[in-house]
Design a protein around this ligand. Structure first.
Ligand code: 3HC
Length: 288
């Protein structure tokens, strides 16, 4: 059962992968994270340590828990290290070809025919990832939110071939082991959150583009007027403007809704390398 998994696998140690590793290890479960790129593995480990120290400083994690949590995390460079896992969560870059090749390889290396293969994709149809394997009934979407240790939600996304048993095991793991609130969505572009969130972010970009209000005022309006923790442009910078644009493109391709068309300003910013926090500049300057 994934809900009492002894070792969970995570593929990719970027922002989302390292966050997923953190919540699994903090839930008391051993985790092997596969990151082929040595630099990315080192940065992922540093991000994990920084986040854990922040959790200690905030009183969310006992100081004496730090070493045991880190001790539960093993970093590997090859998917073969996941062969005995009963649950693997893929969190590599949002590239369909790359994700399909990871799923095909996981299908080959996972020894147990019962193992669940989950993807943290925010935009690629789960059905396409399932079709890359010989066990489509074991493939499911498990979409986490950034920052993973803070955000309480997991979207659980079965595709047409996902078995009821796989859905229940992934649901039990997210709910009972990781203590996340689980919402279910059918396998459609944007699932629940991004189908609501991304048109809102695009509308904020259009407001700035049309001169209706400044970046600072749009954000202040939603923070002070609606108690959002971040305004939409601040949040777009936080998510990554390239990610926002690519989700918008996926939504538009499936829904043909003009609310999902990426505004020219967003496209130009992405083409200019202004990607938000990750590149140091987006709607705001991000120091450090
Ligand atoms: N572990 C546990 N708790 C942590 C933590 C960690 N590693 N790091 C921070 N926290 C806790 C803090 O203790 C604090 O808790 P409190 O409210 O009980 O005091 C809380 O998290 C907030 O942390 P900070 O005070 O350090 O930071 P801020 O107040 O500046 O909040 C933020 C930062 C949590 C990012 C907040 O601005 C926020 O919620 N922003 C919106 C984020 C959001 O919408 N994310 C979803 C993006 S969409 C997505 O991911 C989907 C994708 O497909 C695009």
């Amino acid at each position: 059962m994934a809900s009492d998994a002894r070792r969970v696998g995570v593929v990719g140690c970027g922002l989302m992968g390292s966050g997923i590793v953190e919540v699994v290890a903090r839930a008391g479960v051993a985790v092997t994270v596969v990151e082929a790129d040595g630099d990315a593995a080192r940065r992922g480990r540093e991000r994990l340590e920084r986040s854990l120290r922040r959790a200690v400083a905030a009183g969310k994690l006992a100081e004496q828990e730090l070493a045991p949590v880190l001790g539960r995390v093993e970093v590997a460079s090859s998917l073969a290290a996941l062969s005995t896992c009963e649950l693997v969560v893929e969190a590599v870059a949002e590239d369909e070809g790359l994700k399909c090749s990871v799923f095909a390889e996981l299908d080959r290396v996972l020894a147990s025919s019962e193992a669940v293969l989950a993807s943290n994709t925010s935009s690629i149809p789960i059905a396409r990832l399932a079709a890359a394997t010989a066990r489509p009934e074991r493939v499911v979407g498990m979409h986490f939110f950034n920052p993973v240790p803070v955000m309480g939600l997991v979207e659980l996304v079965p595709c047409l071939s996902t078995s009821e048993g796989t859905i229940e095991r992934a649901d039990a793991f997210a709910r009972d082991v990781l203590s996340k609130r689980v919402v279910r969505s059918v396998d459609r572009a944007g699932f629940v959150v991004n189908a609501l969130l991304v048109p809102y972010l695009l509308a904020a970009v259009r407001m700035v583009e049309s001169g209706l209000a400044s970046v600072e005022d749009v954000d202040a309006a939603m923070r002070a007027g609606c108690a959002h923790p971040m305004g939409p442009l601040e949040l777009a910078d936080f998510i990554g403007l390239d990610t926002v644009k690519s989700i918008a493109d996926v939504l538009y391709a499936e829904l043909r809704d003009s609310a999902c068309v990426a505004p020219a300003l967003l496209s130009r910013m992405v083409e200019s390398g202004r990607l938000g926090r990750k590149s140091g500049r987006g709607f705001y300057e991000h120091g450090g």
